[in-house]
Ligand binder design. Structure first.
Ligand SMILES: C[S@@+](CC[C@H](N)C(=O)[O-])C[C@H]1O[C@@H](n2cnc3c(N)ncnc32)[C@H](O)[C@@H]1O
Length: 212
């Protein structure tokens, strides 16, 4: 199986995957110091009832995938960086989590899931997509959702770090893109950084795919 490569054209941007690969151990401790219920408190009441089929795209070390699995869901945890996937599988060996090496915007390994997913989570991932990758990524996410399926997306705001490709993408731009692709906004909230960084804040956006 070929690993998706980071770089221009596949949406991961130059330097994204090398950064996550090089720093996997330190990042793992940081991500796992947070609780799903704290980071994602704004979406808890919008999650589909269990058992649902949920994709966690850019799943990192699996904190959210594991929490969703513990809530009774089947989780497709998609993570392009092998070092993070390996760490995640060691930490969270749940049989309800299926790990996949894949990346936005194309997500070719999710072809079999088209129109089947009850929810998709992108936690701190969308900010890595360069502008040309965002419309095809949104189109793909919409296609993967079942009618009535929900998309949850968190967006990082503040100065992008110099050591990896990252964009401060305005929430209104992402909402407009989602609406153009057939997703109805459900909730939009704004909050402080859970790691206590003063110059960083987050938007949480929730959408629903229309039923025919
Ligand atoms: C800041 S981390 C967030 C990890 C996890 N979702 C969390 O909230 O703890 C960003 C993650 O997005 C992944 N990523 C970056 N570009 C991606 C892309 N184009 N498609 C899928 N995942 C991507 C990275 O490998 C990394 O695991």
């Amino acid at each position: 199986m070929t690993e998706p490569n980071g770089g221009p054209g596949d949406g991961t941007g130059p330097g994204v995957q090398p950064y996550y690969a090089r720093n996997a151990t330190a990042l793992a401790d940081r991500y796992e110091s947070l609780r799903f219920e704290t980071v994602h408190q704004d979406i808890l009441t919008l999650l589909p009832p269990a058992p649902a089929r949920i994709a966690d795209i850019g799943a990192g070390t699996g904190r959210d995938a594991a929490a969703l699995a513990a809530r009774g869901h089947t989780v497709l945890a998609v993570e392009p960086v092998p070092e993070l996937r390996a760490d995640a599988q060691r930490r969270h060996p749940s049989p309800a989590i299926h790990w996949l090496a894949d990346a936005l915007p194309a997500l070719p390994r999710l072809d079999g899931e088209t129109g089947r997913l009850d929810a998709i989570l992108l936690s701190a991932v969308w900010m890595h997509l360069e502008e040309p990758a965002r419309p095809p990524a949104m189109r793909r996410l919409h296609a993967l959702l079942a009618p009535g399926g929900r998309l949850f997306l968190t967006l990082r705001h503040g100065p992008p770090p110099p050591d990896r490709t990252m964009y401060d993408i305005p929430a209104h731009e992402t909402v407009a893109l989602a609406v153009r692709h057939g997703l109805r906004p459900l909730r939009h909230s704004h909050g402080a950084d859970h790691l206590g960084r003063d110059d960083i804040h987050w938007s949480t956006l929730s959408f629903e795919k229309d039923r025919p």
